[in-house]
Design a protein around this ligand. Structure first.
Ligand code: NAD
Ligand code: DEZ
Length: 373
């Protein structure tokens, strides 16, 4: 009689619904991403990580892992050459959290606009890196009437310069938001892309957002740069973040821009589908019926203007100030807060009932809210 050997999966315990989604494929074990080590993966067939596990020879050399899935987008923690050279299958959920990040950036900017009393539609936005996140941010910013300057040399080389500007030009925008990967080599490497020389081009009226990766902006140089506002979701040396940058930032958060419920679930689902096909197993999607219901509708009444109405709606979907407060006075809470991050939903899941303000209706529609009655 042939004995069926059950496959073993080790999954970062921050992957939502790990057991529910992957359970039928084998024995599921979970560990915090930072605790996944060579000993833990020795006997594992499929390793599924987020961003906190360094996946390289040191981790995998003594293991039988043949499949590595990443339910996030950044690749700076994965030695892809090693995986390819050792014939290990690798898949990452590219694009899974792009909408979450784009929504986070727009929300942060509307919060700033309301607190500083300016009209966002009068501002220009320089988007550095126009991939999954950058494209969605561009579309949402355009919906608000914001003029965008797009910088993406790798795309410009492939597609032609039309529609793109160089970095120095993009850095002239009122607001600059960085959305490149963190890379350390090649013609377009991004490590300290925004260095002291580039920061010296900025003036005290500009706003700089980093929801991409710590290290793309030179943090030491940033600390010497006076700006209207710094919005910091990604940091050098996470989770040991720089208290001075906290103090200097208008809004801080513990690397959660991509942490909407839908984004996390999309990451898990994309890896699950890939693993099913790698193991030639049929997909089971019945777990989707167990997901939480859509949040209740938001009603906007008598908004003074479209920006105030939009701000009201955004705050009902997600109080991003809570993310700030969670670490501002207690930076050691960085990792704990993001690991137990409160659920919030993306705008396309949210019903909104608006009265009278046609412009607000139109903008909410362009931002993919569900307008009712
Ligand atoms: N804060 C978060 O929670 C969060 C969530 C998702 C992604 N991220 C980070 O954001 C990055 C972007 O995500 P994405 O899904 O848009 O990735 P993507 O690969 O779809 O897009 C990245 C874009 O950056 C461009 N690029 C590369 N080098 C560049 C350079 N030197 N200058 C300008 N552009 C350059 C690429 O050509 C590409 O178009 C990820 O690599 C990840 O590190 C952070
Ligand atoms: O790279 C990404 O996709 C994002 O930065 C993502 O939010 C990181 O996820 P983490 O494992 O750190 O929660």
């Amino acid at each position: 009689m042939t004995q069926i050997v059950q496959r073993k999966l080790l999954i970062d315990d921050a992957v939502p619904y790990a057991q529910t989604i992957f359970g039928h494929l084998g024995k599921v074990m979970t560990l915090p991403g930072r605790e996944i080590n060579a000993e833990a993966v020795k006997d594992i067939d499929a390793l599924i990580v987020r961003s906190r596990t360094q996946v390289n020879a040191e981790l995998l050399a003594d293991s039988k892992v043949s499949y590595v899935g990443s339910t996030v987008v950044g690749l700076d923690h994965i030695d892809q050459d090693y995986l390819a050279n050792t014939q290990r299958h690798f898949y990452s959920a590219q694009g899974c959290n792009a909408n979450s990040v784009a929504e986070f950036v727009i929300h942060a900017l509307i919060l700033l606009a309301e607190q500083e009393n300016f009209d966002i539609s009068t501002k220009s936005l320089g988007i550095i890196g126009v991939g999954h996140v950058g494209k969605l941010l561009h579309a949402k910013a355009q919906a608000l009437g914001v003029t965008c300057l797009l910088n993406d040399p790798p795309r410009a080389k492939q597609e032609g310069n039309q529609g793109f500007v160089d970095l120095e030009h993009a850095l002239q925008a009122d607001i600059i938001s960085v959305h490149t990967p963190l890379t350390f080599s090649g013609a377009d490497k991004t490590y300290h892309l925004i260095n002291s020389e580039k920061l010296a081009l900025l003036n005290p009226q500009q706003i700089l957002v980093n929801a991409a990766r710590g290290g793309i902006i030179d943090e030491q140089a940033l600390l010497q740069t006076h700006l209207k506002a710094k919005i910091t979701d990604c940091w050098e040396n996470e989770p040991n973040i720089n208290p001075e940058l906290i103090e200097q930032s208008f809004l801080v958060s513990p690397h959660i821009a991509g942490h909407s419920f839908e984004a996390k679930l999309a990451g898990s689902t994309m890896v699950y589908h890939d693993l099913c096909s790698f193991w030639n197993e049929p997909q089971k999607n019945d777990w989707q019926q167990k997901l939480p219901k859509i949040p209740k509708a938001i009603t906007v009444q008598n908004a003074e203007n479209w920006q105030k109405g939009l701000f009201y709606v955004l705050q009902k979907t997600h109080l991003i100030q809570n993310d700030d407060q969670a670490i501002r006075h207690n930076p050691s809470n960085f990792e704990g807060y993001r690991r137990n991050y409160p659920t919030h939903h993306e705008w396309h899941k949210q019903q909104v009932k608006v009265t009278k303000n046609q412009k607000l209706n139109c903008i909410l529609q362009k931002l993919n809210f569900q307008l009712i009655g």
